[in-house]
Design a protein around this ligand. Sequence first.
Ligand code: COA
Length: 145
Amino acid sequence: MVDAEDAHDKLGERLLRTGLESDSGALALVIEHQGEPIGDVALWLTDREHRQAEIGWVLDPTYGGRGLAGEAVQATLALGFEHYRLHRVTAQMDARNQASAALARRVGMRLEAHHVQDWFSKGDWTDTLVFARLAAEHQVLGNGG
Ligand SMILES: CC(C)(COP(=O)(O)OP(=O)(O)OC[C@H]1O[C@@H](n2cnc3c(N)ncnc32)[C@H](O)[C@@H]1OP(=O)(O)O)[C@@H](O)C(=O)NCCC(=O)NCCS
């Protein structure tokens, strides 16, 4: 449950994510549908010198199943590789989150690792999936994956 103070702090953090070249080393893209914010995609540098970044996404489930998240993630990856000249972008998620893993595959990310019980969440050990995409793969395969 997110209270108003949390929401305010999170919004404040996101407003600072204006571009990878900024001090925050991050950007956040809001997914809108008919003028309403329904999700977001964030991209942040994990290694500025060697142009590596991580991407994360979230979508209001009411708007799932229409390809909207995939389109936004694809656009953000294209920005990362084509505008920011990133070398490698990764995405990590709870292995139980099959919708996210499917999205990662749809946008052309490769499964690189399945960490077993590396995260303790809400009373349970959970697995983590790590996906990645390289600039070379983006160029070879195009942005359609
Ligand atoms: C991950 C998440 C964004 C995926 O949502 P999603 O609705 O599956 O993704 P999309 O918006 O890209 O929609 C894709 C679905 O729409 C369908 N679709 C319908 N019309 C489409 C179109 N015109 N173009 C593309 N896909 C379309 C696709 O077939 C796919 O459905 P399927 O999985 O049954 O095959 C959502 O589950 C979520 O917010 N999860 C919580 C956040 C999270 O886990 N983040 C991970 C941190 S990295």
